[in-house]
Write a protein that binds this ligand. Structure first.
Ligand code: 3EB
Length: 339
């Protein structure tokens, strides 16, 4: 267990040139900067999530490709598309674009829970949430805060804990203002081990200053026994529960990387996995594309010049935050750096 998932970053053109047998090993794809899902992928039944957020620093559409052993089951229901192996599942959820954001979040998570439970992979490892106009307001409350109410509501309804070791790793960032709520996830037959960051208050214990309902996610998840996968949640310049270095993108990047390094340390003490920043693959959300060079340079300093990184323009859930970084590591990933 645990060796059966990897993540490759590639231009969309390169994915489209892969032989069919290779595509059958693809569990799911998240596609950035494309206007539509290419027909060949749709026709082969590969779940493709089109994220309505532009790529920064690349010429054309870029995709993240999650691969595993050959998929044994796949399906498309009215509101979800998924592919699964015996052990792991990629699922993307469609939400009625007419629903207000709170109801959309609750509906998306209900569908997510229904789908993963029906397919025998009830444990959410990692969830990605893209909320259009995330800092805008709906009925006097920030849309991200409305999203948090609906998300937590679905967990409570389904008797899933909203705090502690079984909440998923996640990111929740912006998308084009008119984009419907997008939720996609990786789920597993067996439970992961959730990690919290000693430098930060657990997000599910944030005080009410950040909204009436706390966000439901863990700081990271480890999955697998001897050589586990590590999913690092979207991580920002937050210490305790407070934003650090408001408006200063360079210092925010450094603080964020200290948070991610602290999680790598916790993974080592939890399961003995030796991980340095240079062993991780990153996705960076930039509020402003103009910050790309500064963040790229800071990341290269910390993780090495060959670090694999996807930069995306997306708003972050607190207005003062300019950058958020998530990461993933898996056994067998080539080490690009020994730092
Ligand atoms: C933070 O640490 C930054 O609501 O699912 C990061 C990762 C953030 C996930 C979520 C929010 C979420 O609070 C924001």
């Amino acid at each position: 267990m645990g060796r059966s998932l990897d993540l490759r970053l590639m231009p969309l053109q390169q994915l489209l040139q892969q032989p069919a047998a290779r595509l059958d090993r693809v569990l799911g794809v998240s596609l950035f900067g494309a206007d539509a899902v290419p027909a060949p992928l749709r026709e082969r039944g590969v779940p493709v999530v089109r994220v309505q957020a532009p790529v920064v620093g690349a010429d054309g559409p870029v995709c993240e490709v999650w691969s595993s052993a050959p998929a044994v089951r796949c399906g498309r229901a009215a509101q979800a598309q998924w592919r699964a192996t015996d052990e792991l599942m990629f699922v993307s959820v469609d939400v009625d674009p007419q629903l207000p954001i709170e109801q959309a979040a609750a509906a998306a998570y209900r569908t997510l829970f229904d789908t993963v439970e029906a397919e025998g992979c009830p444990h959410l490892l990692r969830v990605w949430n893209h909320v259009g106009d995330i800092n805008g307001e709906a009925d006097g409350l920030e849309r991200y805060r409305c999203f948090n109410i609906g998300r937590q509501q679905a967990f409570v309804e389904r008797r899933r804990p909203v705090a502690g070791a079984s909440v998923p790793a996640a990111s929740a960032v912006g998308a084009r203002a008119d984009a419907p709520l997008l939720v996609y996830a990786l789920a597993a037959r067996q439970a992961p081990l959730a990690l919290e960051n000693p430098r930060q208050v657990s997000a599910y214990h944030y005080p009410a200053d950040y909204g009436p309902r706390a966000p439901t996610f863990s700081r990271a998840n480890l999955y697998g026994d001897d050589a586990p996968l590590l999913f690092v949640s979207g991580t920002a310049s937050i210490v305790g529960h407070q934003t650090q270095h408001p408006g200063d993108v360079r210092e925010q990047t450094r603080e964020t990387l200290r948070n991610i390094a602290a999680l790598a340390d916790i993974a080592r003490s939890a399961r003995g996995v030796q991980l340095a920043l240079g062993d991780l693959q990153f996705k960076v959300y930039l509020r402003a594309a103009a910050d790309h060079a500064v963040v790229r340079d800071e990341l290269a300093r910390a993780a090495g010049p060959n670090a694999e990184v996807l930069f995306v323009q997306a708003d972050i859930c607190r207005r003062e935050l300019r950058v958020e970084i998530e990461a993933f590591a898996w056994p067998g990933r080539e080490h690009t750096c020994l730092c």
